[in-house]
Design a protein around this ligand. Structure first.
Ligand SMILES: O=C(O)CCC(=O)C(=O)O
Ligand SMILES: [Fe+2]
Length: 301
């Protein structure tokens, strides 16, 4: 069996529909190769000095290199890829906000055995999230080509649809793809790095988005020093978590939006449930119900 591929012209609707039915989608050569070159160049010294994993799950012969926003200006463009963001917005639409969960280059060295098949959402304390609520939308962007011999990530199609917790490697298929291609997958689908039986390093840029009400796996506030954060555009800062989740999550000072840590606003405001109105009216009846009898200063109910 071959995994399903989409051309780079695929829409976020196409990709999110595949995530719903199959739990994954491969989009061929979605990122320009020049952008992948820049990320590889900027990250090379950090990859060089990164540590190998300390357990066989993370990979004794696999390096993980993070803090891409601080270390690689080019990676910021990949994080803000419009199709990636639009897809994450659809997959995570049941939450009032979504955010960047982690940035990480995964380098699977020759000789590395296959990684145990797993669901990425176990990161949240193995909490059994409902099958119909997506917590995260993941992307592995191929930084090297991705062949089966090199340890292409293996995916178990449709494994996000059931509560079954164990799959055989024979049920997982390799996401063979060219450099710059993107493997999208949900937090529920079983997958794992393949065995690298080649003599080259298999590399991917793992960028994950998650709903705004969970703890981020990579601490975005400490990974990007404040003086670097102050040079970043608002849309990237919001994605990193410099925005209120739901209506009060992540506030600073006197109930204020965390963006005040970056730039002093023209007008000071406290958190308020009014910011839910946009999302509540569309996809979230439970929020609309909560809001209907609440007055917000300066806003019509
Ligand atoms: O590197 C890969 O192919 C997948 C890695 C992975 O699934 C993980 O570390 O959670
Ligand atoms: Fe994973």
């Amino acid at each position: 069996m071959e995994l399903i591929h989409f051309p780079a012209s695929a829409t976020a609707d196409d990709i999110s529909a595949a995530l719903r039915t199959d739990g994954y989608a491969i989009v061929d050569e979605l990122a320009p190769s020049g952008l992948m070159d820049s990320i590889a160049d900027e990250m090379a010294p950090y990859i060089e000095t990164s540590m190998f994993g300390q357990d066989s799950f993370l990979g004794l012969q696999t390096k993980r290199t993070g803090a891409l926003i601080a270390r690689s200006p080019a990676a910021r463009a990949l994080i803000m890829n419009p199709i990636a963001l639009e897809t994450a917005g659809i997959v995570l639409r049941k939450a009032s906000t979504f955010q960047l969960h982690l940035t990480q280059i995964i380098s699977v060295h020759p000789g590395s055995p296959a990684q145990k098949l797993h669901q990425d959402e176990v990161a949240w304390d193995f909490f059994p999230f409902p099958l119909d609520y997506d917590i995260q939308c993941n992307i592995l962007w191929a930084l090297s080509d991705y062949t089966e011999e090199m340890g292409a990530t293996r995916v178990v199609p449709k494994s996000h649809l059931s509560n079954r917790k164990k799959y055989d490697m024979a049920e997982a298929y390799p996401a063979v793809m060219k450099r710059g291609s993107a493997l999208f997958y949900t937090g529920k689908v079983f997958h794992g790095a393949g065995r690298n039986r080649s003599d080259v390093v298999r590399q991917a840029v793992n960028l994950t988005y998650a709903v705004g009400w969970v703890r981020q796996e990579e601490n975005q506030y400490l990974s990007t020093p404040l003086d670097v954060a102050k040079t970043l555009p608002d849309d990237l800062l919001k994605l990193m978590g410099y925005q209120l989740g739901c209506f009060s999550l992540g506030y600073v000072r006197d109930g204020e939006d965390p963006m005040v840590a970056i730039r002093e606003p023209a007008k000071r405001e406290t958190y308020n449930v009014g910011i839910l109105r946009d999302t509540a009216n569309t996809t979230q009846p439970h929020l609309a119900g909560f809001l209907h009898d609440i007055d917000v200063r300066g806003q019509q109910a």
